[in-house]
Unconditional design. Structure first.
Length: 175
């Protein structure tokens, strides 16, 4: 198990839609966490969206994405260690023929997407938080898809039974 931050482990691939990007993540171990906070923050800063939401999605069944501490690399190690204890790589009873059943279970437990608020073109992460691509069946070259949407938020309904006369309308729109 390895947890690291390497600048050469990802590369940004821009799609035609300026609000959608894809990051290519090159993993080096079977199980590892790769810090992808910086390329996501760069995408947000260059997107032209000041306030909104950014979605990060992993289109793989044996990989995931999560938000966790990025100040101490031992946390990533501990996460992988605990996942291996909870979902061992080899176990009697696995039926999936490819030998990577544990990777599918780990990816399902962690999840295929995260959503982060954006304010003033910056990710709204906690002081110690980072965004991590989680590899459970590497090494491979993987994809992390990003989509950002502008937010227009007003907090009172425009019309209907909850409307306040003269108050601005409630409009929440993304994309």
């Amino acid at each position: 198990m390895v947890f690291y931050r390497l600048m050469d482990t990802w590369q940004v691939l821009t799609r035609e839609n300026q609000n959608m990007h894809e990051i290519s993540v090159k993993t080096r171990r079977r199980c590892e966490l790769v810090d992808v906070t910086r390329p996501i923050a760069d995408f947000v800063a260059q997107s032209g969206v000041s306030n909104g939401l950014v979605f990060a999605y992993v289109p793989h069944t044996t990989a995931a994405v999560t938000i966790n501490e990025n100040a101490d690399p031992q946390v990533g190690h501990d996460i992988l260690l605990t996942l291996d204890e909870l979902v061992p790589p080899r176990r009697p009873g696995y039926l999936h023929g490819e030998g990577n059943s544990d990777a599918h279970v780990k990816a399902s437990l962690i999840g295929s997407s995260v959503t982060v608020m954006v304010e003033d073109k910056h990710l709204c992460l906690g002081t110690w938080q980072g965004i991590y691509f989680c590899e459970f069946d590497g090494p491979r070259v993987r994809r992390l898809m990003l989509k950002i949407g502008q937010a227009g938020l007003q907090f009172a309904p425009k019309d209907g039974p909850l409307a306040t006369p003269g108050a601005p309308g409630r409009n929440v729109h993304f994309f």
